[in-house]
Design a protein around this ligand. Structure first.
Ligand code: ASP
Length: 324
C-alpha cells in the first residue's frame, strides 16, 4: 500500500490539567478518534486528501463538543457565525467562507467553492446563497447553539461592559485537518465558530489563506488554531511553509519556530498541525493544551490533549465494537 496519513486538531486553548473535567476529556478523545477514522477511511480506499480532510472536519463540525458547526461559539449578539477554508496542495485551488450562519457543514461549502466557483472566498449571505444554489444542507440558527455555548455567552455578558473592548475570550475548539493521499497530494482544512463574544461580522484566521490554512504539494499542508488576529498578522501557516521551502527546515523544526515567531509583538494563543510531502507530521502550540491526533497508513490512530502527553493509541468506535 502507498504511503498516506492524516492529522487533525480540535483547537488549542490555555487550559490547565485540573481545569478540565475527566468526562469532557474522555469525550474529546472519542471525538478526535471518530474524526480520524472518518478521514483515514477515505484515504485507505484511495480517496483524495481533499475528501479526507473534509470528512474529518465534517465529523467534528457535527460533534457539539467542538467549536465548528454545531457547538460553535456565540458572537456578542448571541448568534453563531462560521469561517472555514480548504486548500488543495496539488492545484493550489482554494475555497473559503466567512461569517456564514445557516450552513450545516461550512467546510463542505468551502470545498464547493474550491470546486465550482471562480472566487476563493465568499462571505455571509453571498456564501449562503451559493450553498442554497448547490443544495447544501442548511439548518435553523437554533441547531448550532448548544447549552454549553449559550451558558458561556451568558457568563460573558455578565462580566459586563468593562472588558467590552478587550479581545474577546479565546475559548476555542476550532477544528482542522491535514492529509496526504495515496497519490502524493496534500490538503489542509480548517473550520471554526470563531472566538466567544466576538463582534458580529468578525472573520478570523481560519479562512485566510497563508494565515490559518495553507497547502502546497511541494512542501507541506498546515491548519492553525488560536487567536485569529495574532495568527493572521503573523501569517503563520505560510511562515511555516516558507521556513521549510526557503530555509530547508524539517516540518517539526518549522512548526516549533512558527509558534514562537513575533512573540515580542504578537502575543496570544497559537497552535498548528502540519504535514510534509512525505507524510511526516508535526504539532506546535504555546497553550499547554491542544486536542490533536494522527493516523498513518497501516498504523494505529493516536490522540493527545496535553503538551507533555505523548500521542497515545485511540480506541475508535470500530475497535471498541470489535472488543465487545
Ligand atoms: N482561530 C480561530 C479564530 O480566531 C479561533 C481558534 O482557533 O481559537 O477564529
Amino acid at each position: 500500500m502507498k504511503k498516506f496519513a492524516i492529522a487533525i486538531h480540535g483547537g488549542a486553548e490555555s487550559v490547565k490539567p485540573g481545569e478540565l473535567d475527566k468526562e469532557k476529556e474522555k469525550k474529546y478523545r472519542e471525538g478526535l478518534a471518530e474524526a480520524l477514522k472518518a478521514g483515514y477511511e477515505v484515504l485507505e480506499k484511495g480517496g483524495s486528501a481533499i475528501d479526507a480532510v473534509e470528512a474529518a472536519v465534517n465529523c467534528m463540525e457535527d460533534n457539539p463538543l467542538f467549536n465548528a458547526g454545531r457547538g460553535g461559539s456565540l458572537t456578542q449578539r448571541g448568534e453563531t457565525e462560521f469561517d472555514a477554508a480548504l486548500m488543495d496542495g496539488k492545484t493550489l485551488r482554494v475555497g473559503a467562507v466567512g461569517a456564514v450562519r445557516y450552513v450545516r457543514n461550512p467546510i463542505s461549502l468551502a470545498k464547493l467553492i474550491l470546486q465550482k466557483c471562480d472566487h476563493c472566498l465568499l462571505v455571509s449571505t453571498g456564501a449562503e446563497e451559493f450553498a442554497l444554489r448547490h443544495k447544501l444542507e442548511l439548518q435553523d440558527p437554533e441547531y448550532f447553539v448548544t447549552p454549553e455555548k449559550d451558558k458561556a455567552w451568558r457568563e460573558k455578558q455578565l462580566e459586563g461592559l468593562a472588558k467590552k473592548h478587550k479581545m474577546a475570550g479565546s475559548m476555542s475548539d476550532t477544528v482542522g485537518a491535514v492529509a496526504l493521499d495515496q497519490n502524493g497530494n496534500l490538503a489542509a482544512a480548517t473550520s471554526t465558530g470563531g472566538l466567544t463574544d466576538q463582534m458580529k461580522g468578525r472573520v478570523g484566521d481560519s479562512p485566510i489563506i497563508g494565515g490559518g490554512t495553507f497547502a502546497n504539494n511541494e512542501v507541506c499542508a498546515v491548519s492553525c488554531t488560536g487567536e485569529g488576529e495574532v495568527i493572521m498578522k503573523g501569517v503563520l501557516a505560510h511562515e511555516l511553509y516558507a521556513m521549510m521551502k526557503y530555509a530547508g527546515d524539517s516540518v517539526q523544526s518549522a512548526a516549533d519556530k512558527a509558534v514562537k515567531l513575533h512573540d515580542d509583538k504578537l502575543q496570544g494563543d497559537k497552535g498548528l498541525i502540519a504535514m510534509d510531502s512525505e507524510g511526516k507530521i508535526a504539532f506546535g502550540f504555546n497553550t499547554g493544551f491542544m486536542k490533536r491526533g494522527y493516523w498513518e497508513a497501516e498504523g494505529e490512530p493516536f490522540v493527545a490533549l496535553w503538551e507533555d502527553e505523548k500521542e497515545r493509541p485511540a480506541a475508535t468506535r470500530k475497535q471498541k465494537e470489535k472488543a465487545k
